[in-house]
Write a protein of this length. Structure first.
Length: 234
């Protein structure tokens, strides 16, 4: 009796699991919905439709903070998962975000915002992976790969990660599913590469959020990854 609903899902390809908005309050790293992070996940494909709030393009860190330049330039976390049954600072794949760097200048250890910047409401994203303990910010171009496509705040985009044994593919799509840009990150071989836990919205880690901001997630589940998640890896 169950074969017909399954066949319908195979034709549809993707279905929506639900929507929630994660809020990071001023002075915090984690969201108020932190319970939705760290959920076990065994899928080889994860994807979500995500909308970043206006505030993600409005925050600044004052130069009175000794880490202002570092925190403005570094990446915040958006969406992904750990890998290989390891902590995410050992093995993981994530999309990360920061304000468009075209709107800042850096001089003598300080950061200055450019007035009337045309990219003021834009966000940069990147593929960001830990691999066997290697840190993405120490392996730029290999474990951190910037997307040239800037995303607009208050607009939905689809973020997808496909995890294979020794490579992960990061795909950014518009709301309708049109591919905007793709990047791949190579990994060491490990046991259970798709086994891990989910990772969502996070600000930092050196600086805490200077203002309240949010990201809304509409979880999209592909049928193929749903079926694979029910199987024990060989």
């Amino acid at each position: 009796k169950m074969k017909y609903p399954i066949l319908m899902l195979l034709v549809l390809g993707t279905f929506v699991l639900g929507e929630n908005c994660d809020v990071i309050k001023e002075g915090h790293h984690y969201t108020t919905n932190v319970v939705f992070s760290f959920v076990p996940n065994f899928q080889s494909t994860i994807q979500s439709k995500i909308k970043l709030s206006e505030e993600t393009s409005e925050w600044t860190i004052p130069n009175s903070n000794q880490y202002a330049s570092r925190c403005t330039h570094s990446w915040n976390k958006l969406y992904g998962k750990s890998r290989c049954l390891r902590h995410h600072h050992h093995d993981s794949d994530r999309f990360v975000w920061r304000r468009a760097q075209t709107c800042f200048t850096y001089k003598n250890g300080e950061v200055f915002e450019i007035s009337d910047c045309p990219d003021a409401r834009k966000i940069q994203v990147a593929a960001y992976s830990y691999d066997g303990g290697l840190k993405p910010y120490q392996h730029y171009g290999e474990l951190t790969k910037e997307f040239s496509t800037l995303v607009d705040v208050e607009q939905w985009y689809i973020y997808r990660i496909d995890i294979e044994d020794t490579v992960s593919h990061f795909t950014l799509m518009d709301e309708e599913g049109k591919v905007l840009e793709k990047h791949s990150v190579e990994h060491r071989k490990c046991w259970f590469p798709t086994w891990g836990y989910m990772l969502n919205f996070y600000f930092g880690g050196v600086c805490k959020a200077p203002i309240q901001m949010s990201a809304c997630y509409e979880k999209l589940q592909t049928v193929l990854s749903f079926i694979q998640s029910m199987q024990i890896p060989r």
